[in-house]
Design a protein around this ligand. Structure first.
Ligand code: CMC
Length: 391
């Protein structure tokens, strides 16, 4: 009827129907296909969560075995992908490389880019889930100037990622089971989160019929920003900047000052007006990992104190600003030995399954091209003025 609503930032607009993930932001609940994030993080593993997000049910033992072995069949990247890296500066941000290389995967799979063919969509999902850790680790190795490590299919998903990150061809990789478990849990906690900015970007790009690799590259770009996936990197940079417990009050005051652009990174969420349940699991995991590794990290102490002071401050209480998933993830990633610049890459790697599950859900059902409207606030119609008559 020509009437449309104005909703900048989509704070109250549902853009689609979905059966994948449920969030109740008021109580701080997150379910994937009906299973709570706490149970999935405590009892499942990342590839099982991937299967569940993609297919809607937990796999049987046989289905799980088949899924894991199929994903493992796709872990290598085409040898020519290696050449891409040489075009980048060694100090390129790894997210810049990810945007380019993942988008370029579409140039390698012309045979399976028919989005209306369910088998093509399925093999694309396998390829993306399998190759993201390989490409992510290649970004790190390239920055270091070390040789790329081929994936090892005898290892678990997280173990293999750590092998490609930290192994070298001169000796057998030694991967700590504690670190591999912590890494796997981080992957689970980031696997999906319904219609966030990057997932909505993937859906919007996909709604034009664009190929899935290009859509995921669009998702990676949207994730990069500090208000979204880039927050985990920003949290550690912020903790570095705060420096010591004595400076916390100054930074809390800055965060409350509307004339200061500073925000407490890792705090606040569009949907959660209570504790982000992922942050609760991440916080516990953080303590476990540091205790098991015997690491005494002053940044964790600083983070806990910052959390305590912020949560007791009326500003944060009134605005219902709680720590989100990114508040503690950086500290665990740092303990694992992951450099700060790789944090958002790890988010992208983990979220790939969510992106592809949403893309597939959209393409498998009737959908329309996404085409938001706008509220025009520019000039009314006016006559064109020839250049020699303009003032
Ligand atoms: N520090 C200080 N004030 C804040 C913060 C913060 N971290 N977050 C929100 N506020 C204030 C904001 O200034 C606003 O105040 P007012 O009502 O006076 O204008 C009010 O709280 C509501 O915030 P908003 O920015 O309108 O809320 P939003 O839903 O548009 O933004 C957010 C949500 C996550 C982008 C924002 O809270 C933020 O920038 N947080 C820091 C970045 C961060 O941690 N992002 C990771 C999100 S979780 C991981 C993911 O899903 O990507």
């Amino acid at each position: 009827n020509g009437v449309f609503t104005f909703d900048p930032g989509f704070t109250s607009t549902a853009s689609c129907e979905s059966k994948i993930t449920f969030i109740d932001g008021e109580v701080g609940k997150l379910l994937h296909r009906g299973y709570s994030i706490e149970e999935l993080a405590g009892k499942s593993d990342y590839l099982e969560v991937c299967y569940t997000l993609l297919y809607g049910e937990l796999p049987s033992a046989e289905q799980k075995e088949e899924f894991v072995s199929t994903v493992k069949n796709h872990t290598m990247v085409h040898e020519q992908i290696r050449n891409f890296f040489n075009g980048f500066r060694r100090d390129a941000h790894p997210m810049a490389i990810m945007c380019g290389v993942v988008g370029a995967l579409s140039a390698f799979y012309h045979d399976s880019l028919d989005i209306n063919n369910p088998q093509h969509r399925e093999i694309t999902a396998y390829r993306l889930i399998a190759k993201m850790p390989t490409i992510a680790a290649m970004c790190y190795k390239y920055a270091l100037g070390q040789p790329f490590m081929y994936p090892r299919n005898d290892l678990g998903y997280a173990e293999n990622f750590l092998h490609m990150m930290f192994g070298n061809p001169c000796e057998e990789s030694k991967i700590s089971p504690t670190l591999a478990k912590a890494m796997d849990r981080i992957f689970i906690l980031h696997a999906d989160h319904e219609q966030n900015a990057s997932t909505s970007t993937v859906r919007l790009a996909g709604s034009s019929g664009a190929n899935p690799f290009a859509c995921i590259a669009a998702g990676i770009s949207a994730l990069w920003g500090p208000a979204h996936g880039g927050a985990n990197e920003a949290v550690l940079n912020m903790l570095d900047e705060i420096g010591s417990i004595d400076n916390i009050e100054t930074y809390i005051a800055k965060a409350k000052d509307k004339s200061d652009p500073f925000k407490l990174m890792g705090f606040g969420h569009r949907v959660y007006k209570n504790y982000d349940p992922r942050a609760t699991v991440m916080r516990e995991s953080c303590h476990e990992v540091l205790a098991e590794l015997g690491v005494n990290d002053p940044q964790l102490e600083l983070a806990m104190k910052l959390e305590e002071i912020a949560l007791s401050d009326p500003y944060f209480k009134e605005k219902k600003l709680f720590p989100n998933v990114d508040f503690y993830s950086g500290i665990i990633l740092k303990a694992i030995g992951i450099p700060t610049s790789m944090f958002t890459v790890i988010f992208a790697l983990s979220r790939t399954v969510g992106w592809i599950a949403h893309w597939n859900e959209m393409i498998s059902n009737p959908y329309k091209i996404g085409r938001p409207r706008q509220l025009y606030t520019g000039e009314a119609e006016r006559p064109f003025v020839p250049v020699n008559e303009r003032k």
